[in-house]
Design a protein around this ligand. Structure first.
Ligand code: ADP
Length: 603
């Protein structure tokens, strides 16, 4: 079969997405590959399709047990023989899988990096031909990445121990130069075909809110306005997870929780409840989500700000993997910066690195945090901000764009800006944000007293300006380089500071919302066919329960929407729907077509 036939027959897709066919062609021609694609872009297809064409076995090395189970489940659903080998299997199941692998029953085997050294696994390598090794989440090999895994460093010795060197493919969403170099070096990729696809996720809508009075009320209201949507809410601390989750439950919302403080059993149970659709909302710390493949997540809300845009884009990017419109909302408050700084400062770092290297990593993390803060507070296009950060450009579909919901107004802040900069100078660059605000608003306090600042000129010079507005202006001054932050987040002057005396400073601020966000929910539903969609969805839920698999493994929402609008009435038409392959057609056309036929007759 050709790669296009495999794509259609097993996965039900008509065409490859950007980058997929180039990477697959390279693998099939025997060339190593390095694929950098954002979350949801479709990296798995890049190794699953070649696996079906190449002789022997493809080994997929993946750091996450939950991902393996999910992916193997999806492959088996599509009729591809696959298995996984990791510590979650009982000894009996593990050895059975090893034996079956040796008998050549599988085309794809997922394995945790730690397993590569285990003797039973090497015995597979001795007895079977491994023609392709795909390294998923390949950034884990780099100490400069976010999720360094020492066992990834052993992948190379595993590959070189094989009787014949297989083609090696590395896949990740992290595109920094340093990480990419590390991947090539440590995995010993040979002249790899390197492909970096665009970072834009057009179906994601970005929204930020600063200093909301009541985040819980906002979240409850949002969920109630999106009643059947599944979503993830990320909190910075375990305590916040607990508090928010019980508030949601008190409001009758179907929610569960996940953080490192829960027992492994409870984590697994809660994760399954979310994946299988028994619970709609997951409240979690960033411990949740790596490797979660649920494609119908309709929103990701950040209750607090994460430490970097890389982390944010990765977490927010868990929304809308099925390509349908989904929301990514960030609720920012000033104290998030301090909490994140504390987390960075208290991190002991990697003991294998020298103090100089540790310092370099720390200052990089602080720089990332600064960029993240700017994203949270900017009044410019959010999408453009993210894409620029990753070296691209793009615009639209965010809460700051004028065609969206917020009316932006330009105001002259020259007077306030000059006073703030002057006060940073007058107070000898000793103040952090809150202390400076107290100073300019004339609020006496211990710290100001300690530094003898209460009698200085400028004390109380902005007493009529709200803290919220001061924060907006200060963020603007930091963003535009009139001020900077130094050690312990103290505010400091820059080379540009004195220019403020001769310049007019205008800042865009968000005015009152003129009109409510247009009803994106209505846009999401496919108009008159939403009734049929609902019927198909109910059928899918029943099948999922019977087969004990997550419903999106049967068909994604996108596939059901297409069925509802195209209304296929026979197998041929059914096969034309995106996401329907031969196997799924055989298995499910008899379940769904009668519902469509009945609907057509009745209407
Ligand atoms: P990644 O690993 O890059 O985060 P996945 O491999 O999980 O992304 O793919 C994300 C989603 O896109 C999955 O639901 C997958 O089935 C779907 N997908 C991948 N390739 C295609 C394609 N060529 N056409 C349609 N859907 C695709």
């Amino acid at each position: 079969m050709t790669k296009e036939e495999i794509l259609k027959q097993y996965f039900g897709y008509d065409s490859f997405r950007e980058g997929q066919d180039e990477l697959i062609d390279a693998v099939l021609s025997g060339q190593d590959v390095l694929g950098i694609m954002p979350t949801g872009a479709g990296k798995s297809i890049c190794y699953q399709v070649p696996a079906m064409i190449l002789p022997g076995i493809t080994v997929v090395i993946s750091p996450l047990i939950s991902l393996m189970k999910d992916q193997v489940g999806a492959l088996n659903q599509a009729g591809i023989p696959a298995a996984y080998l990791n510590g979650s299997l009982s000894a009996h199941d593990y050895f059975e899988a090893v034996e079956r692998a040796k008998m050549g029953e599988y085309k794809i085997i997922y394995v945790a990096p730690e397993r590569l050294e285990v003797e039973s696994f090497s015995s597979i390598a001795e007895e079977c031909e491994i023609s392709f090794v795909a390294v998923d989440e390949a950034h884990c090999v780099s100490q400069w990445g976010q999720d360094f895994r020492p066992s990834y460093l052993k992948i190379h010795s595993f590959i070189s121990s094989l009787p014949k060197r297989p083609v090696v493919g590395a896949f990740t969403a992290t595109a920094t130069k340093r990480v990419m170099d590390d991947i090539v070096t440590y995995l010993h990729l040979v002249f790899p075909k390197t492909l970096v696809t665009g970072f834009d996720r057009p179906n994601l809508y970005f929204e930020t809110h600063q200093s909301l009075q009541n985040k819980t009320a906002f979240i409850v209201d949002y969920i109630k306005r999106h009643p059947d949507s599944s979503g993830i809410i990320y909190c910075i601390s375990r305590k916040n997870v607990e508090k928010l989750c019980s508030a949601l439950l008190d409001n009758g919302i179907s929610a569960t929780r996940y953080h490192a403080g829960l027992s492994p059993e409870e984590r697994r149970r809660n994760q399954d409840d979310f994946i299988y659709g028994d619970k709609l909302v997951m409240v979690a710390t960033n411990a949740f989500g790596m490797g979660i493949d649920k494609s119908d997540v309709r929103f990701v809300i950040h209750h607090g700000m994460p430490k970097s845009l890389e982390a944010y884009y990765q977490e927010a990017g868990r929304a809308g993997r099925d390509g349908l419109k989904s929301d990514c909302i960030l609720l920012y408050s000033g104290k998030d910066v301090a909490i994140n700084r504390m987390l960075i400062d208290s991190n002991d770092g990697n003991p294998n690195l020298s103090p100089t290297e540790q310092d370099a990593i720390r200052s990089k993390e602080l720089e990332r945090l600064k960029q993240m803060t700017f994203y949270s507070t900017t009044t410019d296009c959010l999408r453009d901000y993210i894409l620029k950060y990753f070296g691209e450009t793009g615009c639209g579909k965010c809460s700051n764009c004028s065609n969206c919901l917020v009316e932006a107004e330009e105001i002259d802040i020259t007077k306030e800006a000059r006073k703030l900069v002057a006060c940073v100078a007058v107070t000898g660059e000793k103040c952090g944000q809150m202390m400076l605000f107290d100073f300019v608003r004339g609020v006496p306090g211990e710290k100001l007293k300690m530094f003898h600042l209460e009698n200085k000129k400028g004390f109380g010079c902005l007493k009529d300006v709200s803290v919220r507005r001061l924060r907006e202006i200060l963020e603007y001054l930091l963003r535009t380089g009139y001020l900077k932050t130094g050690e312990y987040n103290k505010l400091m002057l820059t080379e540009r500071s004195h220019d403020i005396l001769s310049e007019t400073v205008k800042m865009k601020v968000t005015k009152e919302r003129k009109k409510r966000m247009r009803d994106r929910k209505a846009e999401r539903a496919t108009g008159k066919n939403s009734e049929l969609f609902e019927l198909l969805r109910q059928k899918r839920a029943i099948l999922a329960k019977e087969e004990a698999v997550p419903s999106y493994l049967i068909f994604s929402d996108k596939t059901l929407h297409e069925m509802a609008s195209e209304m296929p009435l026979n197998d041929n038409e059914f096969m034309r729907i995106t996401g329907v392959g031969t196997r799924k057609c055989e298995k499910y056309s008899g379940e769904f077509i009668p519902i469509i036929r009945k609907y057509v007759q009745e209407h």
